[in-house]
Design a protein around this ligand. Structure first.
Ligand code: PEP
Length: 264
C-alpha cells in the first residue's frame, strides 16, 4: 500500500519571515498522521529557516531544483549535497517552469545555457539526487498542443525514458513522479480526475515496462495542476493518484491543510 504524499511547491514566493509563519501555521493546522506524508518546497533562500521551523515535526522540506554536479565553478547553482546539508529530503525535477514555461523557452535557445531543462539534464539531476539519498519528484506532462494532437501518452513516455536512462531499479527506493499537465498549472483548469488517473496509470504501466511491476507499484505518482481544497478529495480518491504536487494553493495554510487532510 503506497502512502499518499502531498507536496507544496512555493515557487518564487515568500521571504524568510513569511516562510516561517506559513509553516508555523501549517504545523498548527495539520496533525500529520502516518496515513499521509507532507512536504513543502520553499525557494532556496528559505530552506534553512523552514527546516529549522519544522524540526521535530513530520513535515519535510524539499527544494524546487538542483544542479547535478556536487561542487565547482557553476555560479548560481546549488548541488544535491548542499540541499541535504540544508535539511532537504526531496527535490522537484523537470518542472514545466524550469523545462521552459508552457513548453516553450522564453529566451533564445542559444542563450539558455544551463537553465532550460532537457530530458538529459533532468536525467543528470535525478542521478545526483538518488546518489545523495534525496527523493526526486520527477515532473512530466504534456502541453495543450500536445494533448490536442493526441500525443499525451507518447510525450510522457519519452519524458520518463529520458529522465530515467541508466537508472537501475535498485536505485529507485525513494523516487516519485508528478503528472502535471502543463495547461493545468496555475490556470485554475484542473484535469478531469478520471483522465488524471488514467494518465497516472499509464505512467505506472510505462515504469513497469522499463523496470518491473513490483518496482512500479512502489513508486508514488502524484497529480499536479490547479489542485485546491475543493477538488483534492475527488482527485486523491482515484486509484492511480497517490497524492498531489500543489503550487498556488500551498501558499494558503487553510487550503493546503484541507488538501492534506483530503489525502488521509
Ligand atoms: C505546480 O507548480 O507544480 C503546480 C501544480 O501549480 P498550481 O497548483 O498552482 O497549478
Amino acid at each position: 500500500m503506497r502512502k499518499k504524499l502531498v507536496v507544496g511547491n512555493w515557487k518564487m514566493n515568500l521571504i524568510q519571515p513569511q516562510a516561517v509563519s506559513l509553516v508555523e501555521a501549517l504545523v498548527r493546522k495539520i496533525a500529520v498522521t502516518d496515513a499521509v506524508e507532507v512536504a513543502v518546497c520553499p525557494p532556496y533562500t528559505s530552506i534553512g529557516a523552514v527546516a529549522q521551523a519544522l524540526k521535530g515535526t513530520k513535515i519535510s522540506v524539499g527544494a524546487q531544483n538542483v544542479f547535478w554536479k556536487d561542487s565547482g565553478a557553476f555560479t548560481g547553482c546549488v548541488s544535491a549535497p548542499m540541499l541535504a546539508d540544508a535539511g532537504c529530503k526531496l527535490c522537484i525535477v523537470g518542472h514545466s517552469e524550469t523545462r521552459g514555461r508552457f513548453g516553450k523557452l522564453e529566451i533564445d535557445a542559444d542563450d539558455v545555457g544551463y537553465f532550460a531543462e532537457t530530458d538529459k539534464t533532468v536525467n543528470q539531476k535525478i542521478k545526483a539526487l538518488l546518489y545523495h539519498s534525496l527523493m526526486p519528484i520527477l515532473c512530466v506532462g504534456e502541453t495543450l498542443a500536445e494533448r490536442e494532437a493526441g500525443n499525451t501518452d507518447d510525450v510522457i513516455r519519452r519524458q520518463l525514458e529520458g529522465a530515467l536512462a541508466g537508472v537501475d531499479c535498485s536505485e529507485l527506493g525513494c523516487f516519485s513522479v508528478a503528472y502535471e499537465p502543463v495547461w493545468a498549472i496555475g490556470t485554475g483548469q484542473v484535469c478531469d480526475s478520471k483522465e488524471a488517473s488514467r494518465v497516472c496509470g499509464m505512467i505506472r504501466k510505462t515504469l513497469a515496462g522499463m523496470y518491473d511491476q513490483e518496482t512500479a507499484d512502489a513508486i508514488r505518482i502524484l497529480y499536479g495542476g490547479s489542485v485546491k481544497g475543493s477538488n483534492s478529495k475527488e482527485l486523491f480518491s482515484q486509484p492511480d493518484i497517490d497524492g498531489g504536487l500543489v503550487g498556488g494553493a500551498s501558499l494558503d495554510p487553510d487550503d493546503f491543510a484541507t488538501i492534506v487532510l483530503s489525502a488521509v
